[in-house]
Design a protein around this ligand. Sequence first.
Ligand SMILES: C[S@@+](CC[C@H](N)C(=O)[O-])C[C@H]1O[C@@H](n2cnc3c(N)ncnc32)[C@H](O)[C@@H]1O
Length: 341
Amino acid sequence: MHALDALLWILIICCATMNNPHQLLLASLPNGLRTRMEKAIQQFSIPNGNQDKWNKILEQLPTSKSKHISLHTPTITVGFEEDLDVEEQKLLQNNLQAFHPWRKGPFSFYGIKIDTEWRSDWKWDRLKEHITPLKGRKVLDVGCGSGYHCWRMYGAGASFVLGIDPSLLYWMQFRACKKLVQSCSSNPLPVFYAPIPMDAFPINTQYFNTVFSMGVLYHRRDPFSHLERLKHTLKKGGELVLETLIMDGPLHHCFVPEDRYAQMRNVWCIPSIPTLTLWLKRCGFCNIRTVDINQTSIKEQRKTSWMRFQSLVDFLDPEDINKTTEGYPAPKRAIIIANRP
Ligand SMILES: C[S@@+](CC[C@H](N)C(=O)[O-])C[C@H]1O[C@@H](n2cnc3c(N)ncnc32)[C@H](O)[C@@H]1O
């Protein structure tokens, strides 16, 4: 692409996203799905008191200061420290800190390293060898948080990535990242985010080749309906990548905490792997296989200067880190892959 074309693209993207941040996403979808998506986004849009402040921050982010972007490495990276002067660095650091807490990452923007609460790259490393290669695939990431994994999916070759998550703060983190990445790229990037929950996502789209649902299932009161909805986003033969908390136990075992689990208020139901496999079978998935089981370590989820609240170590029994403060088994997570027949 010539420099003039690239400039024109950046201009078009800026104009389009200033008026409607979803315009480019909607334009990339086929007609029927576009209308349904537009309606879903409109219906779920909630005014937020921070929006003006957040928009100002987005406007102040540096544009086109570098050609260096890295989306296939553990740290999503844009630019080098030397691309900005000291004042620009300070402003960027303060602006990014305004989107605290940063939970999923890491990122590095112009040398500013966002050391997020989670080493989300470790989760990616655990699953990347097991999934169908993403090259040319349309991908949906349900409960995408800051969108860290969406960038890794695009970096791994996906042709279209859509993350959905109802959190407006995480949407801002994504928009900041997208603006920084896009302004240094000569092509429009097909990586999008809709700030809606799965329940608001159009049903039975059958549009995606791969759907990821990571860290969401145990937050759902009705796990079956979540799994059904995931299935209906997939084309025939499409792949589900499900990452979730599990409990050791036999078939039919499913743990329901009395109240909080690891201090989380919204954990409803944690199945054993045989139980989860049965749930997937009952929802019509086939070729179901568990590819990874991992007890979350206090090195993977921890407090940092970009997430200054309590973290995993505070949610575990100080005398026995294999137990939560409530006396339950410490968080263990599995990655299960399955297909839509
Ligand atoms: C534990 S985080 C997981 C983030 C990321 N997928 C990962 O694995 O690192 C759970 C995310 O799910 C989102 N979430 C909660 N309920 C949801 C729903 N009904 N639909 C979509 N996302 C939801 C939360 O806002 C949060 O960002």
